[in-house]
Design a protein around this ligand. Structure first.
Ligand code: MSP
Length: 653
């Protein structure tokens, strides 16, 4: 069907959004835009989780009524999302009357199907996670009044390692145990239900180990939605929170049944790895009980860590996305989060890496190329670029083929939710585009061969158009600016993926000069790179270690492009690269940088290589040269590359 419904988790409103909340939400925004690009009708749902003990306690601590307490954070969420160009369709709040009614209808349905029974819950409860840690069902209720749950400290929560409290109260139980086999069958029949696979395996072994019934109401937490026909109880916060995914699109509202049927089931539900069990076990079981279809896919991402630790208020390492917005703008951060952190792993947030990405990828590779194209066209009064009737040049045909390969491979990565690989692949093409522009030297042919000049500019503009369209889901407004500068009017859906795939290498471009798309990050004052070397540094070198100029010229240093790169099974340090060294041909060179780069990050990049080193054998493979690297302040090996792309094989002098 031509629709795409995506949801994010709804966030606990005990504080303003942080980088982790932005991360979850960004995945949904990028995917929504990716599907818009394919001309689909999209619904993107996000919102806030406002009931329960955790929120009530935070409100109490602030000396406020829970509703007034949560209300104060909502503008911060909505403004942050707006600033980061998060284009959601609907923002659901679990205190919305529509949600509250819908959640009650849902629970009533479970009562009607006989999946709910009253009993007593006795055991440990983790308030920060809002989780029943043990699932013991008592038969007689202990004297509840004598037990002040918040006063008894229990074992640590297995999920978040915080202290649990003892709870003994009458509750309603959901017959989760009755759904064990049905769930296992569902996972087997839908192997792509949980992405990535590692998470699916965890869920499978959890369910296989046996499911106990689940308490779904509380009598000691008044800040919640009243349980149907028994207002002494409130609905357990997770049960009603999960319902947001259906109440927001009309579940339980007789006037919205068509709408509900149109959108449900969700195509993708995005969530962090800490809340997999709720989404992959409890939620599907509830839906099965209510006789509703299950979501098509759960996309589980890892955590963003800071200094290798999870962000938390107590550690004081929570990153405020608005501070990053002020310092770098929204789109570079969007790009960094999608490019740097693989979805299936935890990733470390690192400001230096963010700055490097901005300078190297965005300002140098992309913004600079657009700028050079437009400036050169303006110099020779060629702002209107017409494509030749037939593309005949080998370099242009290669570039066109490569652009078509790029689309295909980019799409394959996006379909697999491998955003960082998709972007690395796109950057490989951007590097090729830079190499093309440089090696064709349009500034040299402008005067003597205007036809060739126009052809080179046109081919470059075609390449940049493709880049802007594919990058639009990640950096929407910057890419719209870039398309404007190329004279392309952008209408998402009109430039559908199918349409983009056709290549359209017969476009006319009408270039316009725009302000720089991205600004380089200047080295901060006091950092070594901004300092001019002082004379003492030279005199500190012992005279007997000086070398003659002839010693230096013995070393043949050249620029090359890494055209292929792969890991070596027998080595966790080395990468095997094929390096195009121009007149020297393509050589196999091994580099000890596996810990710092993935092959995808290197393919297409230029580097500096020692080319006359005696061939060396390592792990059974010969290396015909050496790559130059330097360690940055964090000990990460950085590939040394020329500040701008130069022809392969160029000698350093
Ligand atoms: N309210 C529940 C979700 C209910 S959905 C029906 C909840 N809220 S939360 O605010 O604690 O977390 C919401 C999401 O933010 C989760 O997907 C969580 O993984 C994500 N993140 C919170 N901190 C994070 C990081 N440091 N890194 C990445 N995402 C993390 O759980």
């Amino acid at each position: 069907m031509n629709k795409f419904y995506i949801t994010t988790p709804i966030y606990y409103v005990t504080a303003k959004p942080h980088l982790g909340s932005l991360y979850s939400t960004l995945f949904a925004d990028v995917l929504t835009r990716w599907h818009k690009l394919q001309g689909k009708k999209t619904f993107f749902l996000t919102g806030t989780d406002e009931h329960g003990q955790k929120v009530a306690q935070a409100a109490q601590k602030a000396g406020m009524e829970p509703k007034a307490f949560v209300d104060q954070f909502i503008p911060a969420y909505q403004e942050t999302w707006k600033k980061f160009e998060i284009d959601y369709t609907h923002f659901v709040r679990t205190t919305d009357p529509e949600h509250m009614r819908g959640a009650q209808t849902f629970v009533q349905k479970l009562i009607d199907t006989g999946d709910i029974y009253p009993a007593v819950y006795e055991g440990w409860y983790c308030t920060p996670d809002e989780t029943f840690v043990t699932h013991e069902i008592g038969h007689t209720q202990k004297d509840q009044k004598s037990v002040r749950p918040e006063l008894i400290e229990g074992p640590l929560c297995p999920s978040c390692s915080r202290t649990t409290v003892f709870v003994s109260e009458s509750t309603y139980f959901f017959k989760l145990s009755a759904y064990q086999d049905k769930l296992l069958k569902f996972y087997k029949d839908h192997p792509d239900f949980i992405i990535p696979k590692e998470r699916a395996n965890e869920v499978l072994s959890f369910v296989e180990s046996g499911l106990k019934d689940l308490s779904i109401s509380r009598t000691t937490v008044p800040w919640g939605i009243p349980f149907p026909k028994d207002p002494e109880h409130t609905i357990y916060v997770w049960t009603e929170a999960l319902c947001n995914y259906i109440t927001a699109i009309g579940y339980g509202n007789p006037a919205k049944q068509e709408e509900f049927k149109f959108w449900w089931p969700a195509d993708v539900q995005v969530l962090g790895k800490d809340i997999v069990r709720f989404h992959a076990v409890f939620w599907p079981a509830f839906l099965m009980a209510a006789d509703l279809p299950l979501p098509k896919q759960l996309l589980v991402h890892g955590w963003i860590k800071v200094d290798e630790q999870k962000m938390s208020k107590s550690l004081g390492n929570v990153v405020d996305p608005m501070a990053l917005y002020d310092a770098y703008g929204p789109e570079p951060l969007r790009y960094y989060l999608m490019r740097q952190l693989p979805i299936n792993q935890d990733g470390n947030f690192n400001i230096e890496e963010l700055e490097t990405r901005i300078t190297a990828d965005l300002a140098n590779d992309l913004g600079n190329l657009l700028n050079r194209l437009v400036v050169l066209a303006a110099k020779y009064e060629s702002m209107a670029l017409h494509a030749p009737k037939i593309w005949a040049g080998a370099a242009e045909l290669d570039l066109r083929d490569e652009s078509l390969n790029t689309i295909q491979e980019f799409e394959a990565f996006m379909v697999d939710f491998q955003f960082h690989h998709a972007l690395a692949r796109l950057w490989k093409f951007i590097h090729q585009l830079n190499v093309y522009f440089h090696t064709q030297e349009p500034w040299k042919v402008a005067a003597k061969d205007p036809k060739k000049f126009a052809e080179i500019l046109s081919a470059t503009a075609h390449g940049l158009r493709l880049v802007a369209l594919l990058l639009w889901p990640v950096m929407p407004s910057k890419m719209e600016r870039m398309l404007q500068s190329l004279g392309v009017t952008f209408v998402p859906g009109e430039h559908s993926l199918e349409d983009i795939k056709l290549g359209h290498w017969g476009q006319t471009f009408m270039l316009t000069k725009i302000e720089n798309l991205f600004e380089k990050i200047e080295p901060k004052e006091g950092s070594s790179s901004s300092e001019v070397p002082k004379s003492e540094t030279i005199s500190a070198v012992a005279e007997d270690s000086f070398i003659e100029i002839t010693d230096l010229t013995k070393i043949e240093l050249r620029v090359g492009t890494i055209v292929a790169c792969e890991t070596i099974e027998k080595s966790d340090k080395l990468l095997k690269m094929s390096v195009d060294l121009g007149e020297l041909g393509v050589r196999q060179i091994l580099g000890g940088i596996r810990k710092h780069y993935t092959p995808d990050e290197l393919i297409g990049r230029q580097g500096l290589f020692v080319c006359n080193l005696k061939p060396r054998k390592m792990v059974g493979l010969e290396s015909h040269g050496m790559m130059l690297i330097a360690q940055d302040a964090n000990g990460k090996s950085q590939l040394m590359d020329p500040a701008m792309v130069v022809p392969n094989g160029t000698r350093l002098q």
